[in-house]
Write a protein that binds this ligand. Sequence first.
Ligand code: SAM
Length: 385
Amino acid sequence: MNFCTPTTRKGSRPVSEDFANLAARKDLSREDLVRILGATEPADVETIRAEAERVLLENCGNGVYLRGLVEASNACACDCLYCGIRKSNRNVHRYTLTADDILACARQCADYGYGSMVIQSGERADKKFIDLVETAVKRIKAETRTDKQPDGLGITLCIGQQSRSTYKRLFDAGAHRYLLRIETTNPALFAKIHPSDQTFESRVECLGMLRDIGYQVGTGVMIGLPGQTLEDLADDILFFAEYDIDMIGMGPFIPHPDTPLGDEPVLDVPDRVRLALLMIAATRLKLRDVNIASTTALQALDPVGREKGLKFGANVIMPQMSPTDVRQDYQLYPGKPCLDENAKECQSCLNMRIEFAGRTIGLYAWGDSLHARKRRENADDKPKD
Ligand code: SAM
């Protein structure tokens, strides 16, 4: 990988000296974050990257945690204006895996030593689907226990907005993390990319419910949305801090031709990739001890995008574990990588990519974020009534 090295201006002061001071600041303001996100000079970008990597290694160590990703269903009741599996896209062949299918993927995760898995789907609140997820979660917890992982796989759910009782039921079944992206924290932009029955307020409310119930809470945004500003992205990072978020999953926006946002002008690919990487770095510099995923969308725009994400401060990767025959039906955006590779091929390819980025793989561990562990310890320390 060709990371830029700092150059010097007229042989004296490093060009990125200001950025070195800025990135090293512990309590970055909104203005600082905007400056970081707006860096375009390769030397400045490299200075920010190096500091974000240093902060990651200092706070979270060298390990990269793997969450096997299973796309349980592409049926969706929502009509988000950016998403390839939106309800009104008639070009999608819809599918739903069975509990046996999901369990087979989970067993494979356990065999490979992936400590956790993510069950993701379109947004469905129907009884049949929630029953299916509950059954799958219970069976995974019961049937993936091994000597190396006596508590079985850790389970993250990413199945959208649900009622409090559904969140509670799935938590009681054994899921312990939940990822619900806020998509953008600019309410006007949120309204522009969603139908009017989906509100910013209700998504925030869901994040609160998840925290109350006891989940480790993840959120994230799309980067490079039409009309999004650097100030919006800086506000997104401040939102993650304010809501005490444990894990972040975010990636570049990629227009899907079958969606209303498919024709909107967006940043060029290199600029969008740079901005997505700087967003990872800025989030790491501000939040320090959270888990940050290097997402598939980065790899969709750049063949080594996920490795770059790791170098800019990410510490989680979600290897594709869905059965090969449904992968092409779960396309949120065009260019999704690993469509034909089976789970074994994905595993060896990823191992290579992680080692290439100079990191080690955290096997047989849930890999909870340090942030979540600290909160739990603080709660344990509090005197009980
Ligand atoms: N339905 C669940 C939900 O809404 O939380 C989970 C699945 S949803 C399809 C997963 C994420 O994909 C969304 O939160 C969104 O950020 C991302 N996504 C959808 N369309 C995208 C696009 N065109 N480009 C980049 N990311 C996209």
